[in-house]
Design a protein around this ligand. Structure first.
Ligand code: PLP
Length: 239
């Protein structure tokens, strides 16, 4: 077994254990493998071990990797954009990715919808929420989230799937849990609006990374985003 395949098994074990501890079904949480900074070979190894969903932060790097790995696997790999989306990058995201999890402004969503090619299914969207409130952080303020979700739900080439959050590092399980629970409350509030047009697919709460996936699952995460735990430490930092 390769190191990546072995790491993947361990992460899946952590997820299963956290689900059991939280009294949740083991298939209620899925795994996004965050392959940023790692090459196409790392993706191929994880895919050969059964992983299908991959997350990329840097859009051009992601697009290059999508081109290199192709859509050779069956079922096909699924690519999620989880990094900041500047206006001049929306077209690349709309043309190459399956999901965009970092939409925090209506303008970005409008561009993604307008630029999503007709031959592709709607781009799957999570609204990024600034759940712990840092003024310089990405993400819509919790108080403005419902309004943004409703506006994005009206766009024709997008499908709103849920919320994502990237809270700051918290020192222990209880602190992590408290933050993740506030995202869960917002998620539940919007899930209650599912009969509204465009919100029927709202089913994803993307939170939890290598260091805090147990707390995130306990709070109700449906999608954990794990990089280090699968691929190891990153050798170059975020630009
Ligand atoms: C890098 C990254 C991750 C993965 O973080 P790890 O701590 O390596 O698991 C998850 N989500 C986002 C948005 C990231 O940028």
């Amino acid at each position: 077994m390769t190191t990546i395949a072995n790491n993947l098994q361990q992460v899946l074990g952590r997820i299963a254990q956290a689900c059991a501890a939280a009294g949740r079904a083991p298939d209620s949480v899925s795994l996004l493998a965050v392959s940023k900074t790692f090459g196409a070979q790392a993706v191929v190894q994880a895919a050969a071990a059964g992983q299908r969903a991959f997350g990329e932060n840097y859009i051009q790097e992601g697009v290059d990797k999508i081109a290199a790995v192709g859509r050779a696997f069956v079922p096909a790999l699924q690519w999620h954009c989880i990094g900041p989306i500047q206006s001049n990058k929306t077209r690349l995201v709309a043309e190459h990715f399956d999901w965009a999890q970092t939409v925090d402004r209506l303008k970005t969503a409008e561009r993604l919808s307008a630029q999503r090619p007709d031959h592709l299914p709607p781009l799957q969207i999570c609204i990024q929420v600034n759940i712990d409130g840092g003024p310089t952080k990405s993400g819509v303020a919790p108080a403005d989230t419902v309004e943004l979700v409703r506006a994005v739900a009206k766009l024709p080439r997008l499908q709103v799937r849920g919320l994502m959050s990237i809270p700051d590092h918290a020192p222990d399980f209880e602190a992590q849990l408290a933050i993740h629970k506030s995202a869960r409350r917002l998620f539940d509030q919007i899930s209650a609006l599912k009969e509204e047009p465009g919100l029927e697919g709202f089913d994803t709460l993307s939170m939890g990374m290598t260091a805090d996936l147990e707390a995130a699952i306990h709070a109700g995460s449906t999608l954990v985003r794990v990089g280090t735990g699968i691929f190891g430490g990153r050798t170059y930092p975020a630009p």
